[in-house]
Design a protein around this ligand. Structure first.
Ligand SMILES: [Zn+2]
Length: 459
């Protein structure tokens, strides 16, 4: 493991593994009202104290599930590397899902961070809190506190705690357990808070739909009215499906030998698929993107969770160094069984192979809500049907089968979800086919057949 890799490490801390509150944390708790948004230039001792018992992200200590308490009396605050440029906190967002609430803090570059948990203080009437100090960072203009009120989290507050430290504080309602990990492109610190929602908040769904960002990509997401209507008991078990066209915007995905881009061909297939699913299966279809825009991987499944989708299908086109490689394969989320799969996951995740191995190390924790068996079944139905359709019409089509891989885009999905690698853009013949509307249509028909088969198997 290189030092660089260690800096990139994704961390998962289960609340269960948290050590008890230290004296320092209790002291911290008494500094009421200064846990966030403290004006810059007012460095206090709190930060130093808090760091005694903190868990640190992006550091060697973070690889351990339970960080050791440091007992030094004169600890210095975790300081940013003076030579490194400051990271800019560009966005603070949240998504409320039935089982958890996800908070994402997006930065323009990687940064170190520490997180801490504080109990409720009856005397000061402060709720239990979780906070994250991002070291060597500044807040971009316009990034503000957000009110959540979904029964798990009350609010997320953000402030420039010290000149070089941004603090994000989560005011909790009923969180039982949480995970902190990072995403890349853009670098984001993610906090998934789990627990039972407070029953007093009865309209969690309505509050969850409102904060969707006003990006073009989000337009296809149904309005509140539609969501309310769809929340009625459905006739079939599968009512709403999210179709995700891979990549987009500044991320072209795989590039074909003849210059075609994955983001374009998969969008064409996704648009066809959306239309067919509506027309032929009568499903309510939500596209993560319907134009050439970039959407972060974490947002794609978040959209699916948010609209209460019953299925999630991500459309991709493959690429391999060996230009002879060809065929169709379908994935669901799990550990990579082979180096080849890990390599593909790195490609699709937009990360290095090293990061994929780090993701693998924590994948089981991330898969708590993942419908493993259903996803495997869906993948099997879709793979067979696509191969059946395409193989019947085109020569030399290879069935590469159903595989498992650590794909970021599937992490966090709470419904059966798969990723279809329709064909290889790196293969000359398949690239030509992928661009051809007739081939796109044939592939689409196969995917629809597979989904139809899957739905039928549920009855
Ligand atoms: Zn892709």
């Amino acid at each position: 493991m290189t030092k660089k890799l260690l800096l990139l490490i994704v961390i998962i801390i289960m609340a269960v593994a948290l050590p008890g509150m230290s004296v320092a944390e209790q002291a911290e708790q008494k500094t009421k009202g200064q846990d966030a948004a403290q004006p810059a230039g007012k460095p206090g001792k709190k930060a130093a104290k808090a760091s005694h018992s903190s868990k640190k992200g992006s550091s060697k200590a973070s690889t351990k599930k339970t960080a050791k308490k440091v007992k030094q009396k004169k600890a210095t605050p975790a300081a940013a590397d003076k030579t490194a440029p400051m990271a800019l906190v560009k966005e603070l967002r949240h998504w409320s899902n039935p089982d958890y609430t996800r908070i994402a803090v997006a930065l323009d570059r990687e940064a170190k961070f520490e997180f801490h948990r504080l109990p409720q203080n009856e005397e000061l009437k402060t709720p239990p809190r979780l906070y994250i100090d991002i070291i060597g960072a500044k807040i971009a203009p316009g990034v503000k506190d957000i009110t959540i009120g979904d029964g798990l989290l009350k609010k997320a507050r953000i402030g420039q705690f010290r000149p070089d430290t941004v603090r994000v504080v989560l005011d909790l309602d009923s969180m039982k357990d949480y995970k902190v990990f990072t995403f890349s492109d853009p670098f984001s610190i993610i906090i998934d808070a789990k627990g039972e929602r407070q029953p007093t908040i009865s309209k969690a769904r309505e509050t969850t739909i409102a904060p969707l960002p006003a990006t073009e990509a989000i337009k296809p997401v149904p309005t509140q009215e539609q969501v309310k209507e769809a929340a009625r008991p459905a006739i079939g078990k599968i009512r709403r499906i999210v179709v995700d066209a891979g990549h987009g915007g500044h991320d072209p995905g795989a590039l074909g030998v003849g210059g075609s881009r994955e983001k374009d061909v998969v969008l064409q297939i996704a648009l066809r698929l959306a239309r067919k699913l509506k027309e032929e299966l009568g499903l309510d279809v939500v596209l993560t993107r319907s134009t050439d825009v970039f959407i972060e991987l974490k947002e794609r499944t978040a959209i699916a969770n948010q609209v209460g989708a019953d299925l999630f299908v991500s459309i991709h086109a493959n690429a391999a160094l060996n230009r002879n490689s060809n065929g169709i394969e379908t994935y669901y989320l799990n550990l990579a069984k082979t180096e080849k799969v890990a390599q593909l996951a790195a490609q699709e995740n937009g990360t290095s192979l090293e990061k994929v191995s780090v993701l693998q190390a924590v994948l089981f924790d991330l898969m708590a809500n993942y419908k493993l068996n259903d996803s495997a079944q869906l993948a099997d139905d879709v793979q067979k049907a696509v191969y059946h359709r395409v193989g019947a019409k085109y020569s030399g089509v290879k069935n590469l089968g159903v595989k498992q891989g650590p794909f970021y885009v599937l992490v966090g999905a709470t419904m059966p979800s798969i990723l279809v690698e329709t064909a290889f853009l790196s293969n000359e013949r398949e690239e030509a086919r992928l661009k051809d509307p007739a081939y796109q249509e044939c592939t689409t028909e196969g995917i629809v057949d597979g989904i139809r088969e899957y739905i039928a198997s549920l009855k």
